[in-house]
Design a binder for this molecule. Structure first.
Ligand code: ZN
Length: 405
């Protein structure tokens, strides 16, 4: 077949396997995955290279909505370029903008804004919105358990509107409003939003997930205690999964003390929390590496706005995880397979695995290369990164056989 390209390499799935990937160059879909390596390959990669499916990020703030008022921070087009730069081929966009998708009509309007982009983007519906209207469709929902950056938030867990969300995917930002009120007088960001806020809020979210039979995701886990609550709920058979963001693995509260730039919700915790979460990540006990990409201008960061940008550096973070002893098979699980299973429920294409009909852009890890994060390399409109200046051994690069990257 003229449109068929055959790549022979070491592919990462539940184990690293030598195989041939057959790709339809025009449709960018996988035609087949052949472990017998029976055909003549168009290209054979060196033995030490590892190939991962295109990454999938289920927690991104692209900022654009019908109002366009935050387009100076980021828009869908710049977010898509930043994603490709980080090896991300599909992602899910959070609803907390000035014009959030609060009913079916506004959701459909947001969907129109994500057409014809080089990265598939699935918008979350606002769980603080009209759940009667939104709940009539199988959409993903986001619920804020306390105030963060924009958006409605929830304090009432007795709310029967949640009957509309049975078996739906619901992502929870877990920081409890009442706990944060109690610490309102504190000066330091981390003290105003202590671990206690995460712990109390996760307990409430787990109650909601169990009571209303939701498919729950706890976003950006930041503390050991929070992790253990979710792990315990999983062991009790509750349908809940867990995200971790790069900053909660690689930066502690020391970073924030040195530089207010590192202000983020939930805040950075102790070094012991980082080490704990990284160890659990290595063992495959965290379901998703999700960036919580939250671009702000540098001026806004100086004025104390919460959030860090991460899309451009997704592949860099994966490199850091490999460097820290995370097995490639766990990267495949947390960055491809698991988030792929989430987004595949809603999207046009299939992502995150080596199966026939799945999306065919892939990431190649070359352990002999190197990566350094500089401002010129950043495609996000914010033009900054918590990893600026950092360098690692090894290089992750997204391959697009149509050369349209
Ligand atoms: Zn977020």
């Amino acid at each position: 077949m003229k449109n068929e390209f055959i790549l022979e390499a070491n592919f990462v799935s539940s184990q690293v396997k030598k195989a041939q990937l057959h790709i339809d160059i025009y449709s960018q879909q996988i035609l087949g995955f052949d472990e017998s390596c029976a055909r003549h390959a168009n290209l054979i990669l060196p033995e030490d290279h590892l190939v991962f499916p295109g990454f999938v990020d289920i927690h991104v703030h692209c900022r654009q909505d019908a109002s366009g008022s935050l387009n100076y921070k980021e828009d869908f087009s710049s977010a898509a370029q930043a994603a490709l730069n980080g090896g991300v081929v599909a992602m899910m966009d959070m609803p907390n903008t000035p014009c959030p998708p609060v009913d079916l009509q506004s959701y459909r309007e947001k969907e129109l804004l994500v057409q014809n982009l080089p990265v598939e983007i699935i918008p979350f519906a606002d769980g603080g919105g009209d759940l009667f209207s939104l709940g009539s469709q199988d959409l993903p929902f986001k619920i804020y358990m306390g105030p963060s950056v924009g958006g409605a938030f929830l304090c009432e867990t007795e709310d029967m509107r949640f009957n509309n969300l049975r078996r739906k995917l619901v992502s929870f930002h877990c920081e409890d409003y009442e706990v944060m009120q109690k610490y309102n007088h504190e000066r330091a960001h981390g003290r105003r939003r202590p671990k206690e806020a995460e712990i109390v809020s996760i307990k409430k979210a787990l109650e909601l997930i169990e009571r209303f039979d939701l498919e729950g995701i706890i976003c950006h886990i930041s503390s050991r205690e929070g992790f253990e609550l979710v792990e315990d709920a999983k062991n009790r058979g509750i349908h809940v999964k867990l995200e971790v963001a790069p900053h909660h693995l690689f930066f502690s509260e020391e970073a924030y003390r040195a530089d207010q730039y590192f202000q983020v919700n939930p805040p950075l915790r102790t070094l012991m929390d980082c080490v704990f979460l990284l160890e659990r990540f290595k063992k495959g006990k965290i379901d998703f590496l999700a960036t919580d990409h939250a671009p702000h201008s540098l001026q806004e960061k100086k004025e104390g706005t919460s959030g860090l940008p991460h899309l451009d550096t997704y592949g860099f973070v994966v490199g850091k995880l490999l460097e820290n002893g995370v097995p490639p098979e766990i990267i495949y699980q947390t960055c491809c397979l698991n988030p792929g299973r989430i987004i595949n429920r809603y999207g046009q294409q299939r992502y995150g695995d080596w199966k026939e009909g799945f999306h065919a852009r892939f990431n190649v890890w070359d352990p002999k290369g190197n990566m350094q994060i500089t401002q010129e390399k950043i495609k996000s409109k914010c033009l900054h990164s918590p990893f600026l200046g950092e360098q690692i051994l090894g290089e992750m690069r997204l391959w697009d056989l149509r050369g349209e990257q």
